[in-house]
Write a protein that binds this ligand. Sequence first.
Ligand code: SAM
Length: 267
Amino acid sequence: MDLLHESQYRFLVGDLCLLVDRKDRRYLLTLKPAEQFHSHSGFIEHDDLIGVQEGATIKSSKGSVFLAVRPTLAEYSVMMQRGPTPIYPKDIGAILTYGDIYPGSRVVEAGTGSAALTMALLQAVGDGGHIFSYEIREDFLEIAENNLLKFERLNRAQLTLRNHDIYQGIKERDVDRIILDLPEPWEVIPHAEISLRPGGILVSYVPTTLQLHRVWESLDACPGFGLIEQFELIHRPWEGAKNSLRPSHRMVGHTGFITTARRVEGK
Ligand code: SAM
């Protein structure tokens, strides 16, 4: 690896750094000169991390070993500041795939919440795309903005945050995708029918079966939507050790249900 290339992987002032100890306890920090990170295992000077290459190990004042890496978007989204419950990485993966979010696409999203999904959408649409994200609560928009700005590799210019009740309507027309994570997604379906381009995809994410069925009924009754699919994803982590490999004792039992539907002309 040449020196210039290698320097890209060194931590700089202002970078996010994920410290992981030998028991897999994780700590997220933003590197600042002359600051210290404290835990029950002692402290680490931020200055001792600045300039260090990603993937290096570092010892605390009490001799405990930590691994230092940049957080992935999935790691960041479960550790960043929380407003309302963010969508879990496993469901975000499915929303991006089954919602077919592609580079250059124009996507309407609601509600922004903590912006876990917003960030993944921004990354997926790439430089030519745009996200219009609706959120009714100003305090959540502030949290979202803060979370977005800290995760530097995203291009904030490709995001329009709208402090607006999406049940009252969608301003954009001819959008490629609409992604809904709010309590009453069926209220948005008549607006989505007007706003989505032909063949566009609507995705809804809801936590309960009562909501899931209401989404199905509303889409089924709407002549502008077809190809309705509904599913959930179970994610079972496994733990490897020298002489064993088995599922973890704990797992997240339930998150939410995903619905996808296509904008069609008559069914
Ligand atoms: N998807 C977000 C994430 O991954 O961080 C979490 C969204 S949270 C579960 C639902 C959000 O929808 C809340 O922030 C709520 O304020 C917002 N919301 C509820 N009703 C709304 C409406 N009518 N228009 C816009 N936003 C709304």
